[in-house]
Design a protein around this ligand. Sequence first.
Ligand code: N01
Length: 550
Amino acid sequence: MNQTESRSAKARANGAGDERFDVIIVGAGFAGMYMLHKTRQIGLSAIVLEKADGVGGTWYWNRYPGARCDVDSIQYSYSFDDDLQQEWEWSEFYATQPEILRYANHVADRYDLRKDIRLNCKVIAARFVEGGAGEGTGHWELEIEGGGTVSGTFCVMGTGCLSTPNEPKIEGLGDFKGEVYHTGHWPHEKVNFAGKRVGAIGTGSSAIQAIPEIATEAAHLTVFQRTPNYTIPAQNRPLDPKEYEEIKARYGELRAEAKKQPNGLIYDRSSRSALETSEEERRAEFERRWAIGGTNFIASFNDVMMNTEANEMAAEFVRGKIREIVKDPKTAEILTPHNIIGCKRLCVDTDYWTTYNRDNVDLVDVSKEPVERIVPEGVKAHGKVFEFDALVLATGFDAMTGTLLRMNIRGRDGLPLKDKWAEGPRNYLGLAVAGFPNMFTVTGPGSPSVLANMIPAIEQHVDWIADCLAYLTEKGVGEIEPVEEAESEWMEHVRVVGEASLRSHCDSWYVGANVPGKPRIFMPYIGSVPEYARRCNEAARKGYEGFRLA
Ligand code: N01
């Protein structure tokens, strides 16, 4: 009997839970699937619990019209297996949601993952059970909606950063007699907007992708905008077979190069300062990037995200584009943002600004006077009722912490994660929380996560966790938990580097400002992907420095 078997067998003998595994993984998105694959490779037993009836995580839920990734598909994909990246064929530079979901399903089949993924299995509580006299070390017990518990020595949360929709706190939402859709929880069957009057609330990334598509189908679309947003045209295109072939020939090299980049992405990153460049050259560079398209625009100059004056130059260029494209000056004015560009996540669109030139699209500014309430016929704002057949809520997510905090997680001595995080998330390296032994979070707050290229960021975390589990198993260690001091130092470092970036200086979901009452804290780690990986590796190399092993 190996150590793994003996650990599970002991726990079963103790009667802990209905079923017992070495590792319980929550979520069957890109994090959960890769974690399962790695867990098998190190010889541990694992189960994935997934509330949806399919794999794919965020790409399973976000099926709204126009949904696609704004990181190029060549980079927004797994890199752990060269055979996989050689055999899969992306059709477009930016992949659509259906194509990414097909990819997720392909991965599930290719690595025979499904037999260890339990679908329609929502975790409603997770608690750490201290080790009894027979076992010595503790374990996790997860409660499943509808009954039953699953136990595991380790628990890995692959629950995503943007997985709990943010329902807007608008009175009367339940009174509306038409159809209501949230972009983050879109139906599986096609929603038919043809001939309908549609109201859309929100102008973030999801809305900016959905609005042009809905406008072409609906009889009429009214957009309620609270904060104008910056968006850069995607300039999406099919992948040129010759170009694709060349990329595949040096895929490994490109992946290695990406790991050295601040956000883990190969970007056309300028080393010039906007402030030290002539106006003519600056404009030419902004134009060049606008024509190429995508979030790369923000890297036009190296000080755009560090200096307010440089930032204002980039912002003013985009404002000029809005004034040029949107024909009605009043609409253009409402659409024009005046805050820091790139502070809220920069959006990428196809035909967003031109959509407001359509006769069947109206814009309502709810920045000064918010939506008053939802009524059975539609939306009441500015003292009048806008009548709709369907309402689209593109109001985002309770990001980074929302899903974990709703899961009723309790650590040592029954400590609720809600209490531990009452003033904002606290953890060590974005990977583990003091007081919650043997629990890991993949791309948790305090890690580069949403500021990085998500799939490689997931791979880095999962590789680290898997190496850690292999180490613990080899050494016969049953418990791992960060020490408070290491956690505090990490949180302070996350705060200090966050402060230095303009990104932490506005209201956005990065700081929890989109959810009323959420503590304001810049949640992701902005100290760069390579620096982050270096710190994680160093902790591991020093025998998991900053952790207590029992
Ligand atoms: O959500 P958001 P999202 N009344 O929070 C408004 C990723 N993503 O789903 O700004 C009126 O950005 C809110 O207004 P305000 C990406 O990381 C990626 O669009 O808070 N309005 C805002 O306009 C992205 O950043 C991709 O004032 C209300 C909007 O709703 C993240 O997901 C595609 C309101 C919410 O915008 C979230 O994007 C899509 C109210 N009561 C998403 N409440 C790609 O890869 C909220 N709003 C391309």
